[in-house]
Design a protein around this ligand. Structure first.
Ligand SMILES: *Cc1c(COP(=O)(O)O)cnc(C)c1O
Length: 233
């Protein structure tokens, strides 16, 4: 493997992960949920490989990245060293990146349009990688944000399942910046329940305890695990 990591970095990341797990447990405990039902997706976008290795060395294995190309550059080596990693795609997916995404990722969290659902189904069949998928719902109906509109969600979920045969393991949302996230989390759960969907990917560093209290099965944490993201140019 590569050169040893900076010990300060290793300690900092290990401490962060431990603190996050404690906060997650406390939130689950508040609502009498079993913490086993909630997993931590460590969002490593923009962070360099050494920072990610520090998390891998603690034994953590579930990570999220938002860009296919960046993830490929960092994770082709990391996945070779840690084959049991589970990598989630949490950013928008263009159809021309579907082949690379299916080859690299283990969970696709951002299925949000029929053309993408169809392309994913074809590519998963071709690669014999029937990956679990999440449908991203634009709960705040924000024009600039990816995701299916709430009014279209039931029909879209049926299309994904019945027409394309995708394994819809969950729903995902990113609440609007300036709104109470709890309302969006509760809304996402409602859509999941009426569609018989078990997984709920909701909650980021600023609001993950609320998300767990409202039923999140996975929280996506970047800053709380790795610290502030380095500025890109
Ligand atoms: C960056 C990102 C996160 C993590 O955000 P933090 O606030 O740093 O925890 C979670 N989800 C998505 C979709 C992201 O793009």
């Amino acid at each position: 493997m590569s050169v040893p990591l900076d010990p300060d970095l290793s300690v900092r990341i290990a401490d962060n992960i431990q603190a996050v797990h404690q906060r997650m447990s406390k939130a689950a405990h508040n609502v009498e949920r079993n913490i086993e039902g909630v997993s931590l997706v460590a969002v490593s976008k923009v962070h360099p490989s050494d920072t990610i290795r520090a998390a891998l060395e603690t034994g953590h294995r579930v990570f999220g990245e938002n860009r296919v190309q960046e993830a490929g550059e960092k994770w082709s080596n990391l996945k070779a060293d840690y084959p049991d990693v589970c990598l989630h795609l949490i950013g928008p997916l263009q159809t021309n990146k579907v082949r690379d995404a299916v080859a690299l990722f283990d969970v696709i969290e951002t299925v949000d349009r029929p053309k993408l659902a169809s392309a994913l189904a074809d590519e998963m069949a071709k690669q014999s990688r029937p990956l679990p998928c999440f449908v991203q719902i634009n709960t705040g109906e924000e024009p600039q944000k990816a995701g299916v509109l709430p009014a279209d969600s039931d029909a879209f979920i049926s299309t994904c399942r019945d027409t394309h045969g995708l394994n819809i393991a969950g729903l995902m949302c990113i609440p609007p910046q300036d709104e109470e996230p709890a309302l969006h989390f509760a809304f996402l759960r409602e859509i999941a329940t009426r569609n018989g969907i078990a997984g709920l990917s909701m909650g980021m560093s600023a609001d993950f305890e609320t998300a767990i209290e409202l039923g999140a099965t996975q929280v996506r944490l970047g800053t709380a695990v790795f610290g502030e993201r380095p500025k890109t140019q």
